[in-house]
Design a binder for this molecule. Structure first.
Ligand code: DX5
Ligand code: ZN
Length: 225
């Protein structure tokens, strides 16, 4: 059984020459490792792809939360599911048929996630919630770590949470971008239950301690709800 709240450090903020070490540092303190795949097309930035994920998968047992910021996810996303990713999230803006891709990902053994970027309204996607396992609301513009959290994105989180509750769905509601000790509580209060944190974890002296601190803050914010 998964914990009620998920802390997912993003290795985008880690040392790319020592990714296995970075993952080992947060084992036991984090629930998922968030892997940001960027293709220099969907977003201007370029990070890592399938071969790195395949190698890293062998170095740890912690579940991988793969965030695909790429065009043509229909072509590439299933490979990450086959590589053993726990959750594979693709962007709504890059996909013509999210329900079909979610089905493919589930058939390949992964959870399927739908990401909504900063400039995309969430309303048109609310009816797709029964077909996905995770909704990722960007609280920045996708593409780079270290950006400032945008509290106005939390209206989308509230909208998704309301729909999950109304329909009694089993969907994770994840936030990504600028999540840190001073922002995680508002995201949790808005209804998020999975939290990606890059800079706040890997920029910290002790990444595992940073994860524990974030979890405590999120738990406190949701206590009694
Ligand atoms: C950015 C990525 C994020 C990034 C978050 O597009 O999707 O996962 O790593 O980094 P921070 O936590 O530093 O905002
Ligand atoms: Zn991400």
């Amino acid at each position: 059984m998964e914990p009620s709240l998920i802390i997912a450090p993003s290795i985008l903020a880690a040392d790319f020459a020592h990714l296995a070490t970075a993952v080992h540092e947060i084992e036991g303190a984090a629930d998922w490792v968030h892997v940001d795949v960027m293709d220099n097309h969907f977003v201007p930035n370029l990070t890592i792809g399938l071969p790195v994920v395949q190698s890293l998968r062998k170095a740890t047992t912690i579940p991988f939360d793969v965030h695909l910021m790429i065009t043509d996810p229909e072509r590439w996303a299933p490979g990450y599911a086959e590589a053993g990713a726990h959750n594979v999230t693709f962007h709504a803006e890059a996909c013509d048929n999210p329900v079909a891709l979610a089905k493919t990902l589930r058939a390949a053994g992964a959870k399927a996630g739908l990401a909504i970027d900063r400039d995309t309204p969430v309303e048109p996607y609310l009816e797709l919630l029964p077909y996905v396992d995770t909704v990722l609301i960007m609280t920045i513009k996708a593409g780079f770590g270290g950006q400032k959290f945008m509290p106005e994105m939390l209206d989308k989180v509230r909208d998704v949470r309301r729909r999950i509750k109304a329909k009694d769905l089993q969907v994770r509601l994840e936030v990504d971008g600028g999540i840190a000790a001073d922002t995680i509580e508002q995201a949790a209060e808005a209804g998020a239950d999975a939290f990606v944190a890059g800079t706040a974890v890997y920029g910290a002296e002790d990444p595992a301690e940073a994860c524990r601190k974030l979890r405590a803050l999120a738990e406190r914010a949701t206590a009694g709800s």
